[in-house]
Design a protein around this ligand. Structure first.
Ligand code: DX5
Ligand code: ZN
Length: 213
């Protein structure tokens, strides 16, 4: 019954001085969407990009932009990321109350943007249960967010299985995904795989993407 798996290359591992070129590379290699990591130096110990860069990513591709907000107070910034051209926006359950999640759901639904909630490796599934009715997908973190190239944390698989038993919509997994961990995540019930270093570090981008399906 599991739907077709979708591959979301994470641009965190792209070359930001030739972003359009790297976007075209994964687009040609069969990416289903582009995963865009937004980090604020508060919620995570790293800083990346803001809406101004997302706006130019939007011009460089027609693939859906899957914007992963690893930032404090996401509600304050969400409209800026919508205006920049996001198609999907994920906020962390650690950064928003259920009331705020409900408000963001209403806001994004009225604009036709898909809404997701993510949880860190240390956060249990019980914490996102009240949010499930407000989201289109869940993003299970399989590394502590902040950096690309980290090792997959296996306990994410148990979480994906627990979630699959109670949630019928899309389940994405993010962090340490390669052909082997991608297979485990798919078997556990995930149907969107975000992968940065594995795809951008591969000699053959198309082969890397295909090995994840
Ligand atoms: C981690 C980011 C991920 C990251 C994944 O904080 O949310 O999207 O880019 O990178 P890899 O696939 O290299 O673990
Ligand atoms: Zn991410």
């Amino acid at each position: 019954m599991s739907p077709k798996v979708k591959i979301a290359p994470s641009l965190l591992s792209a070359d930001f001085s030739s972003l359009a070129k790297d976007i075209k590379r994964v687009e040609r290699a069969g990416a289903d969407m582009l995963h865009v990591d937004i980090m604020d130096g508060h919620f995570v110990p790293n800083i990346t990009i803001g809406p101004v860069v997302v706006k130019y990513m939007r011009k460089a591709t027609s693939l859906p932009l899957d914007v992963h907000l690893m930032i404090e107070d996401p509600e304050q910034y969400i409209n800026a990321f919508v205006q920049a051209g996001s198609d999907m926006i994920t906020v962390h359950i650690e950064t928003a109350s259920i009331k705020e999640i409900e408000a963001m759901h209403r806001n994004l639904k009225s604009k036709g943007i898909k809404f997701g909630v993510s949880l860190n490796p240390a956060t249990p599934i019980s914490k996102i249960k009240p949010a499930l009715k407000f989201v289109d997908f869940v993003l299970v973190m399989s590394v502590n967010p902040g950096f690309g190239g980290q090792a997959f944390i296996k306990s994410a698989l148990t979480k994906i299985k627990q979630l699959r038993a109670i949630f019928e919509k899309d389940i994405a997994v993010d962090g340490g995904i390669n052909a082997a961990t991608g297979k485990l995540a798919r078997e556990a019930g995930a149907n969107i795989l975000a992968a940065g270093s594995y795809i951008f570090g591969a000699k053959n981008t198309k082969q890397a993407i295909e090995s994840l399906r």
